[in-house]
Design a protein. Structure first.
Length: 242
């Protein structure tokens, strides 16, 4: 079972790599659900030697994307690959929010030029609305997607364990359990058969110095080495037990 750590900067990628993460999802602004990082951050993270999968998401909010946004996302995928990304993390829903945007996803998969493509938690919107888990997996496989990041439509992956198990049983794509995951959840999530777990392993730095007018909050989130180590130990324990 793989360990993926979501990080929002190069320092976080370095901490995750040092702690034994198999892969990082690189983004920025995790507090907003994650947005596309800069090309410079991608290049620097890729130089660390850990597999870097880049989140391509142009803005916070929902997952319904306009044609202009999809065009920009395609360019961002191409730029991420050129900067050394091993894969990308993408997602888009139709205008009514009731289905995967197959047109957009096909364009994004093509832009990835054979690199790994993960579809992110936009699928949880569909699962929460009652979409069939096996049918969703089948659609993703048909689009050339390798992996899906999901909580099973629940607020936390642990609460969506039954759906995760159904998605894993459907086969065709790897299922990565993500959404409120803590190291203590790993064993229970492993029992669903998922291919990996995804967590941000972050803590708040409360006093980072004055930001000044227009600078935002004084504090910020960082990837915590202790949480990464605990998650690595939990994944390794599952492997030993298995």
């Amino acid at each position: 079972m793989d360990l993926e750590i979501a990080v929002q900067d190069v320092a976080g990628a370095q901490t995750a790599a040092a702690g034994g993460a198999d892969r990082v999802e690189l983004c920025q602004a995790l507090s907003l659900g994650g947005l596309t990082p800069s090309a410079g951050a991608i290049e620097a993270a890729a130089d660390l030697g850990v597999a870097v999968h880049v989140l391509v998401r142009p803005r916070p909010g929902g997952f319904v994307c306009s044609a202009v946004e999809v065009s920009g996302m395609v360019r961002d995928v191409e730029a991420a690959i050129d900067a050394g990304a091993a894969g990308v993390v993408v997602g888009a829903l139709t205008a009514d929010g009731a289905a995967l945007d197959r047109h957009a996803l096909k364009a994004l998969v093509r832009a990835a030029e054979g690199r790994d493509v993960t579809v992110h938690r936009c699928v949880d919107v569909l699962l929460a609305r009652g979409s069939d888990p096996a049918a969703l997996v089948d659609q993703l496989a048909g689009l050339g997607v390798r992996r899906v990041l999901t909580s099973g439509g629940a607020p936390r992956a642990l609460a969506g364990a039954g759906v995760l198990e159904a998605m894993t049983a459907a086969g065709g794509v790897q299922v990565l359990a993500g959404g409120g995951v803590h190291p203590g959840d790993v064993a229970a999530l492993a029992a669903t058969g998922v291919a990996g777990v995804h967590l941000s392993a972050r803590v708040r730095v409360a006093d980072a110095g004055p930001a000044g007018p227009g600078g935002g909050d004084d504090g910020y989130d960082v990837t915590d080495a202790g949480l990464v180590a605990a998650a690595r130990a939990a994944v390794d324990a599952v492997a030993v037990a298995g």
